[in-house]
Design a protein around this ligand. Sequence first.
Ligand SMILES: Nc1nc2c(ncn2[C@@H]2O[C@H](COP(=O)(O)OP(=O)(O)OP(=O)(O)O)[C@@H](O)[C@H]2O)c(=O)[nH]1
Ligand SMILES: [Mg+2]
Ligand SMILES: [Zn+2]
Length: 353
Amino acid sequence: MSFQAYSLHQLGWHPTFAQHLTLEDFEAGYPARVAGVHRNGLAVLSSRGADFVTLPHRLLEQLDAAPAVGDWVLIEHEAERVLRLLERRTLLSRLAAGGDGKTQSIAANLDSLFVVTSCNDDFNPSRLERYLALAGEADIEPVILLTKADLADDVAGYLEALRRMAPGVPAFAIDATSAACAELLSPWLAEGRTVAFVGSSGVGKSTLTNSLLGADERSTAGIREDDARGRHTTTARQMFALQGGAWIIDTPGMRELRLGAVTAGMQAAFDDIETLAAQCRFRDCSHLHEAGCAVADALAAGQLDPRRLANYRKLQREAEEAARSLRERRERSRQFGAMARSAMRSKRERQGR
Ligand SMILES: Nc1nc2c(ncn2[C@@H]2O[C@H](COP(=O)(O)OP(=O)(O)OP(=O)(O)O)[C@@H](O)[C@H]2O)c(=O)[nH]1
Ligand SMILES: [Mg+2]
Ligand SMILES: [Zn+2]
């Protein structure tokens, strides 16, 4: 633990965070940024330094999405306890396991998302499109990093594939172990900005984090465990301060990334297909067999990659499925609420009140 205190400005404070705070709120507590989420509480950074605070169960139950690394919270002055969660500017989340449409928060208040893959078997356009939809849904600017460029023969081929599937997204081939990464990524690492690394296990997210942190802080980086093959693998999301004043969040590799009820994310990741779809003769065109289908025409003309279209359809189906689960869950809780209210009413009537 460090005892360094941070000003709100250094922590990446933004005026919008205070929008819903009253004078009473500020009298009751002080703002702090979540640097780590643990089973029994939160690791936070504030003007008081690094602290560990508890998260009351009642507060957690009221929240749509549990606190994530990067969140801002209000801490009670004398109690090391979270009073409330401040409204986020952005929230990166994926569908949680369980099939009831619930989402799991990955990181909050990000300015950019570094999607990391490597110039080897991990490279997978369909999975990258998934990550781009995730970023687009949260309205976070994505950057693609292709690591292990120092070990690959055909770096240009990988970059070309990226340019085709995500023409507007900045992409770099890098050696994550190199100190030169800091200079290359500096446009995204200005003071007070927050970025996160996401991607499969072993692609180099922690290596990059270490390269950006520099030699001095390297030893502090990463909650790591040796896996069965003796590798270091990250086991928890954690936020670190860079010398230049930016914040980076290292995350454990994700084996499965399921999208929630994304809409804006599909538009962001598949702008070309959605633009074509808008030109189809039928508004509800399935792009499978209808006449006047602009998507099918582009496919036939070789202007659209069949893999990309298949992945678009797959993600679209997943998003629809997630939206349906969400509706069902909301309906169930609405019915439960009505039932509970009616039970309370009859109880009061029985008691003659
Ligand atoms: N040569 C070279 N090795 C790299 C590069 N990026 C990562 N590595 C190596 O790949 C291995 C895995 O890197 P990590 O940084 O632990 O991967 P990670 O993405 O944090 O993985 P998880 O924590 O399991 O999600 C380490 O041995 C790194 O040294 C690179 O660009 N070039
Ligand atoms: Mg790691
Ligand atoms: Zn169509």
